[in-house]
Write a protein that binds this ligand. Structure first.
Ligand code: DX5
Ligand code: ZN
Length: 225
């Protein structure tokens, strides 16, 4: 079931990444997210080519979509996202993020996502400069900044991300104030607070949430940063 949600760029949102969930009890972990103060459910889809890891794909999202009570935020770390916009849209995605680094015709890819009435988002790897978005930013509902090198949960936060968030915030204020900034990787109470202070809107957290004694409380405490 696709959720509808109102986007306002001054929101502070939490998107738990199920990459670190217990896949032996995925339904339980999704119900926890449903009960929590989380705003999205983040899915890290990896193809083993764009990133050196393979995670999960459409069947997982189809099944989760049947019980999810939050929008499905699908992060495609794959080399050919154009082939998979429709299947992920059909599976129930509410947001689809593609990587700048793999899109030869990014404007067309974004239009394809938006034609499915889905929020369109572009992801930048740690080495990819924010100003490459200058001529596409007005088309975007969200920008995802990687604060680790994509492929694995539990990595160390890359400090340069704070500067990129501030730079992106200024570009968005200038050209598309409704666009959200999402940050993914190494989010905890320390990095999360500084990210919100720099102008981020959505924090993706995997290991910090699911590695804790009380994931629901961690989500609520991240929301209050
Ligand atoms: C990297 C993944 C991770 C994941 C969050 O490809 O995208 O960043 O979402 O991982 P943690 O929160 O465990 O750093
Ligand atoms: Zn992600």
């Amino acid at each position: 079931m696709r959720q509808t949600f109102i986007v306002m760029s001054n929101l502070k949102l939490i998107a738990p990444s199920i990459l670190s969930a217990d896949f032996n009890h995925l339904g339980r972990d999704i119900e926890m997210i449903n009960q929590s103060e989380a705003d999205y459910i983040h899915f890290d889809v990896m193809d083993g080519v764009f990133v050196p890891n393979i995670s999960f794909g459409i069947p997982v999202i189809e099944h989760v979509s049947k019980i999810a009570k939050k929008p499905l935020d699908v992060h495609l770390m794959i080399i050919n996202p154009d082939l998979f916009i429709d299947p992920f849209a059909d599976a129930g995605a509410s947001i689809i993020t593609v990587h700048y680094e793999v899109c030869k015709h990014l404007h067309r890819t974004i239009q394809t996502i938006k034609n499915r009435d889905i929020k369109a988002s572009v992801c930048l790897n740690p080495h990819t400069p924010v100003d490459l978005l200058n001529d596409i930013i007005e088309e975007l509902d969200m920008v995802l900044l990687m604060s680790v090198n994509p492929g694995f949960g539990g990595q160390k936060f890359i400090e340069n991300t704070y500067r990129k968030v501030a730079q992106l915030r200024s570009l968005i204020e200038d050209k598309n104030p409704e666009c959200l900034i999402e940050v993914d990787g190494g989010v905890n109470f320390t990095t999360g607070k500084k990210l919100f202070d720099c102008g981020a809107n959505v924090l993706v957290a995997g290991s910090f949430v699911f590695g804790s004694e009380n994931p629901e409380k961690i989500i609520g405490d991240l929301k209050k940063l």
